[in-house]
Design a protein around this ligand. Structure first.
Ligand code: SAT
Ligand code: MN
Length: 594
């Protein structure tokens, strides 16, 4: 059998596992990624041969490539995602469970011979800076050149990861095969007890770039529970005030709710003039440990952005536009006649083009030209707003954790939790309208604890317990807040302008962290008064501000009932503290002292 870059490791655990996978998948060739530029170039050529990459206008998009996925393979498929623990109780009610004894044979039979005539790429990678004590090594096997090249952007790949691994057996075994991409043969299976992920039948990001959601959230959350840290679906950003003081904050929003935009926020003009600065450290995942000083320290385990293209433009996110101006893989966007790329919300629609399905498109066609979950994959290092400490081994200290979602009603613009336990309850019961990042109905309100519903790799009750314990272990835990940029008025119009203006809310948040501004106690938490928010220069009516900060007691009482219904489905491991907080919220709403 043909082999490329053999001999780059002597690690017998790794060699033994690769030999097993070769025996099962029967590829024509094995290609070990060494992570060099030359390797990347050869692999890119290969991706053009296999059709994984399509050429784009190289003047407008230097170093960029277009990928079109199978039409049935455009988002994460949560229904086909499984946690395979020996005991079903450890998986818990929010995940699909499959016994390992069922999963291994089932996926083996699909993978058996599935790489015949194809290349098996072996990708050693690190999640987290190589020199960080928090980093984890994985090795992904895949038969997709698109996946291999995406991993080279999203993670730290090659010899450096192998060197970090040395002779150790401590790496995540990530086996990915496209097989025939048929949904009836698509499974994304996690084996936390074996530190392994097997994924078949999909080439889509979250299903196939196994370092991302599979390793860095589902398996990492399990490992974090055992080792005393948190793996969270959070962006990390740095906010510096005119006095030069920087606060790092992490924020958890569900997929496609603006984490990338918030992490790259550009301050409104008057804020920028005064010296406010926002810098980016990550847009999707944070690994958080309690430091010796009792603060929470966060690293971004990723090295790239896998962001939603539609809606991204010079106004909504100029930093993202610069980040993706070169060396970027675009998936399922539209191609104009001149080979340049376009998506809904990019700019004026072209008169015609080739849509994400590879078909001729005109605006009159009535279907989107780019898929609503079309994506860009770009290196973090290209982000103009990148913070200098983005790779600092011990991570950055967090002042605040922010939860948020899309809610047309109910949740006000911002509130602060009374304390860690209350904040954990706020995160545990948060809800959001669904988006195109996962298959299924869009726009339906669903509970999404800590924006982690699809990513908690173990029993959700144990996860809440872990949150409570981590907070208790930190003498200086961050303050917890909840935001909602998406509240609408009776006519269905957004009340808040969003984007750069969100800094006005972040300003209140960090002033709270500094103890420099007061808040009013309301039944749901601590809130700014109208005059506490810096809204100068913003064209917002008094009524709108009032609506944004309003709390409708009847709606909230209904919310508390709906929270109870949700919690009742989560099983016996939900800590009492969560129920206690719910009871207190209800009492406060009913006018009792909380
Ligand atoms: O799951 S992905 O990482 O592909 C995108 C998302 O849903 O956040
Ligand atoms: Mn995400």
């Amino acid at each position: 059998m043909d082999e490329i870059n053999t001999g780059i490791t002597k690690n017998k655990h790794l060699l033994g596992w690769i030999a097993e996978c070769v025996k099962l998948c029967k590829p024509e060739r094995v290609w070990w990624l060494d992570g060099s530029d030359a390797d990347k170039e050869r692999l890119t050529e290969e991706a053009y041969k296999t059709g994984d990459f399509l050429p784009v206008n190289a003047e407008k998009h230097p170093g960029c490539h277009l990928h079109r996925s199978a039409h049935n393979d455009v988002a994460r498929t949560e229904k086909l995602t499984f946690i395979c623990t020996r005991d079903e109780g450890d998986c818990g009610p929010t995940n699909n469970w499959m016994a390992p004894s069922e999963a291994y044979p089932k996926l083996s039979s699909i993978l058996d011979g599935s790489m015949a005539g194809r290349t098996m790429y072996v990708i050693p990678f690190s999640m987290g800076p190589i020199d960080s004590p928090a980093r984890k090594i994985g090795v992904e096997i895949t038969d997709s050149a698109y996946v291999a090249l995406s991993m080279m952007i999203m993670t730290r790949v090659g010899i450096k990861a192998l060197d970090a691994l040395g002779d150790s057996d401590d790496f995540t075994r990530c086996l990915h095969g496209k097989a025939d991409l048929h949904e009836s043969r698509r499974f994304i299976c996690h084996f936390p007890e074996d530190n392994a992920v097997w994924s078949v039948g999909s080439g889509y990001g979250g299903n196939a770039l196994l370092g991302k959601k599979c390793l860095a959230l589902r398996l990492a959350s399990w490992q974090g529970k055992k080792e005393g840290w948190l793996a969270e679906h959070m962006l990390i950003t740095a906010i510096t005030n005119p006095a030069g003081k920087t606060h790092f904050v992490a924020a958890a929003f569900p997929s496609a709710c603006g984490k990338t935009n918030l992490s790259m926020l550009v301050p409104p003009k008057d804020f920028a003039e005064k010296g406010w600065k926002v810098q980016t450290l990550g847009d999707d995942i944070a690994w958080i440990r309690v430091g010796e000083d009792g603060r929470f320290y966060a690293i971004n385990p990723e090295a790239g952005f896998f962001g939603v293209a539609p809606g991204t433009n010079e106004k909504t996110n100029p930093n993202a536009m610069k980040t993706i101006s070169k060396n970027t893989i675009f998936t399922n966007v539209l191609q104009r006649d001149d080979g340049s790329l376009w998506w809904e919300g990019h700019s004026k629609a072209p008169e015609k083009g080739i849509d994400w399905k590879g078909e001729e498109w005109t605006p009159e066609k009535g279907s989107p030209g780019s898929h609503p979950n079309s994506r860009f994959t770009a290196p973090l290092s290209q982000c103009p707003s990148l913070h200098d400490d983005w790779e600092t081994p011990k991570g950055v200290p967090l002042s605040a954790i922010i939860f948020g979602g899309r809610r047309a009603k109910l949740a006000p613009l911002v509130f602060e939790a009374f304390n860690w336990q209350h904040g954990t309850f706020v995160g545990a019961t948060m809800a959001s309208e669904t988006t195109a990042a996962a298959t299924g109905a869009v726009g339906v309100v669903r509970r999404d604890p800590m924006a982690m519903l699809p990513f908690i790799g173990y029993n959700v009750g144990d996860y809440f317990r872990h949150w409570l314990e981590r907070g208790a272990a930190a003498s200086n835990a961050p303050k917890i807040f909840h935001v909602n940029w998406f509240k609408r008025n009776a006519d269905g119009k957004y009340l808040w302008p969003g984007y750069g203006e969100n800094l006005r809310v972040l300003k209140w948040i960090i002033e709270r962290c500094d103890g420099r501004i007061s808040a009013v106690k309301t039944p749901i938490g601590l809130m700014p008064r109208k005059e506490d928010l810096d809204l100068r220069g913003l064209d917002l009516s008094e009524d709108a501000v009032e609506e944004l900060l309003a709390i409708d007691t009847q709606e909230w009482l209904a919310e508390v009932e709906s929270q109870a219904e949700f919690l009742s489905k989560l099983g016996e491991r939900v800590p009492d503290e969560i129920y206690v907080e719910r009871g207190k919220l209800k009492d406060r709403l009913m006018g009792n002292k909380g």
